[in-house]
Design a protein around this ligand. Structure first.
Ligand code: NAD
Ligand code: UGA
Length: 475
């Protein structure tokens, strides 16, 4: 076959680059894959012998790394050398929201993607297929192509002939916490492009484990826009159900029952209807804001306003939770001990990007609460950075500005606590002994369950006050 891929280089060894390349390596033993990153610390973590020290926690990832690393999967910070040797290059770098300049607060910052395109333009040799794996604004492929073509205009005509590029869009749909399952059994693989040979070359890789009918081919702009649209639709479901949860609390309805009732309608479907503390994660907010920016840019302010509402509702919802905690605790939480269970933006990941826990904990610290935080996978350094607060120990000086305490043993941390707030649905939190908790907490004590994971009957049978998200029947 023309364009049979032997060497892949993936630029960006993050939550997408690492797991995606690990799964490609598992199913394509005849392809050599180099995952490169300018972050040397991250690369050294990917190369750690002790697999519990990999930079990201993702169930099942360690087993694949164990079988492929050093055989056909390699992690390195030698970006240029690996670009030069590759026949296919995945761009899998971060695309956060711009913080300054034109489009700040909404448009995606493409400086890392542009840097990759320039590096590829300088170092690639022969014919190279560039695959956009990062989530990008529609028409970014045009920018990448311009940079690649621009680099050729400076070369001699002989050099121009030996360098050629094709750009494909192949957005990633994995969810953190289930990334390996999502990659191994994807609902679909989307490939957008113009060149049939390049599309065929990428399809051949996926065909090593993905059934043919699940590989969708579209034009490149549809592929770029479909990724943003998928995230916008998913996030919209969460804002929709969270808005109804607030109405349930006000009316005596229960959002779980409402979700079950509407989810049985096959046109609506049962998935993604769990009311929680608001959506977090690195992508939903940034991708919707990007859609908002693009809509405005293309002269469609009503479309922009429609999608902006999804993010506004999410921000309001996070605030609503911290405010109701203050209200339930007699209007003040100053000096009160609140145990926070879960800091990651969802279970089974160590990622805290845009986690609802960040805003909610910041609000509670601002109100003067003493926060005792537990999370099985998020390290203390990350929580300090996210909260802009120091980690201190019991009895240590508190005049360091904002601070928090780490919880290792949940049961003993509940001693004298005024409240427990569950923010991430880790399994560890579903079987806490609430009878015992009630004996050691300071009364009147509260349990706030923003994830609906505790057994409400057990709590209500104990001497604890109980609030759970969207449940107007117990409030
Ligand atoms: P990440 O921040 O975890 O990883 C990106 C990596 O790229 C970083 O380690 C960074 O050092 C590296 N990098 C940046 N510029 C570089 C350069 N010029 N050369 C070499 N390395 C460079 O990000 P992520 O979560 O993996 O997301 C990557 C992209 O995938 C984003 O566009 C995101 O929207 C998209 N995406 C993410 C997810 C997810 O679940 N995290 C899912 C689907 C799509
Ligand atoms: C999401 C999408 O699900 C992926 O398809 C996409 O590839 C990815 O974004 C991306 O582009 O980054 P992810 O953010 O990893 O994946 O996790 P989700 O499972 O979608 O959860 C996002 C947030 O929504 C979490 O905070 C989660 O707790 C919340 N959520 C999810 C709910 O509150 N209720 C639900 O029913 C589902």
């Amino acid at each position: 076959m023309k364009n049979k891929i032997k060497k892949i280089c993936c630029i960006g060894a993050g939550y997408v680059g690492g797991p995606t390349m690990a799964v490609i390596a598992k199913y394509s033993p005849d392809i050599q894959i180099n995952v490169v990153d300018t972050n040397e610390k991250r690369i050294s973590q990917w190369n750690k012998k002790d697999l519990t020290l990999l930079p990201i926690y993702e169930p099942g990832l360690d087993q694949i790394i164990e079988k492929t690393r050093g055989i056909n999967l390699h992690f390195s910070s030698e970006v240029n050398k690996n670009i030069e040797q590759a026949d296919m290059i995945f761009i899998s770098v971060n695309t956060p929201t711009k913080t300054k300049g034109l489009g700040a607060g909404q448009a995606s910052d493409l400086k890392w993607v542009e840097a990759c395109a320039r590096q590829v333009a300088s170092f690639a040799k022969g014919h190279t297929i560039i695959v956009e794996k990062s989530t990008l604004p529609v028409r970014t492929a045009e920018v990448i192509k311009n940079i690649l073509e621009g680099s050729k205009s400076k070369k001699s005509s002989e050099e121009k002939d030996i360098k050629s590029f094709e750009v494909l869009s192949n957005p990633e749909f994995l969810s953190e916490g289930t990334a390996i399952r999502d990659l191994e059994k994807p609902d679909r693989v989307l490939i957008g492009g113009e060149n049939t040979n390049a599309i065929e070359a990428l399809s051949q890789i996926y065909l090593n484990w993905v059934p043919k009918e699940k590989i969708l081919q579209t034009n490149i702009w549809s592929s770029e826009l479909a990724k943003l649209t998928a995230n916008a639709f998913l996030a919209q479901r969460i804002s929709s159900i969270n808005s109804i949860g607030a109405l349930c609390e006000a009316t005596g309805a229960d959002v779980r029952e409402v979700a079950r009732a509407i989810g049985t309608d096959s046109r609506i479907g049962a998935k993604f209807l769990d009311s929680g503390p608001g959506f977090g994660g690195s992508c939903f907010k940034k991708d919707i804001l990007n859609l908002v920016y693009l809509s405005k840019y293309f002269g469609l302010p009503e479309v922009a306003k429609f999608w902006e509402g999804v993010v506004d509702l999410n921000n309001w919802h996070q605030k609503r939770i911290s405010e109701l905690i203050v209200k339930k605790l007699f209007g003040t939480i100053s000096g009160k001990k609140i145990v926070i269970l879960g800091f990651a933006f969802k279970a089974n990941t160590n990622d805290t990007r845009e986690s609802s826990a960040i805003q909610i904990c910041k609000d509670l610290i601002q109100e003067g609460a003493l926060l005792y935080i537990h999370d099985p996978k998020v390290i203390s350094e990350q929580i300090c950075n996210d909260l802009n607060a120091s980690l201190i120990k019991e009895g240590e000086s508190k005049d360091k500005g904002n601070y928090w305490f780490r919880v290792d043993d949940i049961t003993s941390s509940l001693k004298d606590a005024d409240a427990v707030l569950i923010l991430t649905e880790w399994d560890d939190y579903s079987d806490i002994n609430w009878d015992l908790a009630s004996k050691i907490m300071r009364h009147p004590a509260w349990v706030f369950d923003a994830r609906s994971i505790v057994d409400s009957k057990k709590i209500l049978a104990s001497d604890l006050n109980f609030w759970r998200i969207g449940d107007g029947s117990i409030i």
